[in-house]
Design a protein around this ligand. Sequence first.
Ligand SMILES: Cc1cc2nc3c(=O)[nH]c(=O)nc-3n(C[C@H](O)[C@H](O)[C@H](O)COP(=O)(O)OP(=O)(O)OC[C@H]3O[C@@H](n4cnc5c(N)ncnc54)[C@H](O)[C@@H]3O)c2cc1C
Length: 292
Amino acid sequence: MIAIVGCGPAGISAALYTLRANIEITIIGTRQTALALAEKIENYYGFAQPISGKELFDIGIKQAKRFGCRVVAEEVVAISSCDKGFKILTPNPSEEFEVSAVILATGKQRGKVDIKGLLEFEGRGISYCAICDAFFFRGKKIAVIGDGAYAIAEANELLNVGCDVTILTNGSEPEVVSGSSIKLITKKIEIITGRERVERVIFEGGEEFETEGIFVATGVASSMDLARKLGVLTEGDRIVVNENGETNLPGVFAAGDCVNKLCQISLAVASGTVAGLSAVKYVRALRGELEK
Ligand SMILES: Cc1cc2nc3c(=O)[nH]c(=O)nc-3n(C[C@H](O)[C@H](O)[C@H](O)COP(=O)(O)OP(=O)(O)OC[C@H]3O[C@@H](n4cnc5c(N)ncnc54)[C@H](O)[C@@H]3O)c2cc1C
């Protein structure tokens, strides 16, 4: 089975090619797509009249469903390697998947958190990946910045290595609260400070929170977050792929705005096609249907 993460133009295009090759797939994605922000599209082939991004998104989903595939409306919080290939985790335990290949089509990372001091301490106590870095912080008092399922997933990774974890929602009400040993502070953050490394968070009003490390897990896990956790090469805000949509990790493909320099629907569709066909070839080779 192939999992496609993202149901925008790149993910749906990859899905159409895998489905028509008779490979079982699951698409996991939400409606938070760049398309939804596009009020009017008039430069994409085949539409005599402008179409809204939302309408185009819905048409794409219907098109994939026509071939009988499931579109799971969940957020992917982590992808890890497993015996079968890859395990896809969502906040809903009944919607977790073990697959032999993954296509990342999660779009461009947008609107990450802007907090004073955050950039200054990157690499000096600030991390964006619990699976990658939790080990270095084992047993320490750690803050996770975020307010949703992704923040909880990162907090749980840190609990697993004995950290004392507090989620800082930076002024918003948490979407989900779970895990009794995870503490919560909802105050708005003024600044992150320290000397050589991160030492404290100062909230608006002056209250302070001492910490030995901060994990940033705001919003939904982005293509960069998911890729980094898997050990997939990234460069700036893009996943590195070759001309076949293959990443450096066998079985992981990527397409769309998360790989393209120019972010346009036509290019997302094209790269989805390439990644979809490459994933089909990979799965068939695994099954012994093709020479690798
Ligand atoms: C304001 C605006 C106007 C635009 N106008 C045009 C235009 O006129 N013409 C044009 O060609 N292009 C336009 N674009 C660009 C176009 O929208 C993108 O190039 C295109 O949508 C990229 O497709 P994609 O599939 O790569 O990513 P997206 O469309 O962003 O889709 C990403 C998918 O991944 C999902 N996802 C992300 N993270 C996760 C996660 N952790 N778990 C599960 N799912 C996840 C999202 O929910 C979504 O389903 C515009 C973009 C913007 C922002």
